[in-house]
Design a protein around this ligand. Structure first.
Ligand code: TYD
Length: 147
């Protein structure tokens, strides 16, 4: 089991967001990848959602979370995730169903450049809570710089 990475979400930075290589069981009939909370990812899974039928050129995300951890998987196709900790930014393209990008709390993210038919699968550590979101970038920056 991967140990739980503890960090203060106000102090988290983009390097805390890592790509996890998930196991892939391959046979002649195709592949299967299994994700188990607190086993091969470092949090319990409380919620799953997925983005699909994303129109060409559309962007998603543009928010940060105070507490929520997520694992983002390109279950089909590809897309790019821009991560921003208020100081540094980086972009990661996801294009393999056996790779997951773990996003820790306190990171602004934007999802873009979805390929046609892309499916963005998100495993989340908590139930939906609108109060956990920063949707205003300046508010997010103010919070990050108040650490
Ligand atoms: P939002 O988080 O803005 O989507 P994205 O970041 O992918 O662009 O969510 C879109 C809408 O769905 C918004 O009205 C909130 C709602 N929603 C829920 O009700 N429950 C959920 O678990 C999620 C992720 C979103």
């Amino acid at each position: 089991m991967i140990s739980l990475i503890s960090e203060n979400s106000m102090r988290s930075n983009i390097n805390d967001c890592v790509i996890l290589t998930l196991n892939k069981i391959h046979n002649r009939a195709g592949n299967i990848t299994i994700v188990e909370g607190n086993e091969n990812i470092p949090f319990d899974i409380k919620r799953i959602y997925y983005l699909y039928d994303i129109p060409s050129g559309a962007d998603r995300g543009a928010h940060a979370h105070r507490q929520l951890r997520q694992l983002i998987i390109a279950a089909s196709g590809s897309f790019t995730v821009m991560l921003d900790d208020g100081i540094n930014k980086k972009e990661i393209t996801l294009n393999k169903p056996d790779y997951g990008l773990m996003i820790v709390p306190g990171i602004w993210r934007e999802l873009k450049e979805f390929s046609s038919g892309a499916i963005c699968l998100v495993l989340a550590s908590k139930e939906y809570n609108a109060n956990d979101y920063f949707r205003d970038y300046n508010e997010f920056l103010k919070w990050k710089s108040s650490k």
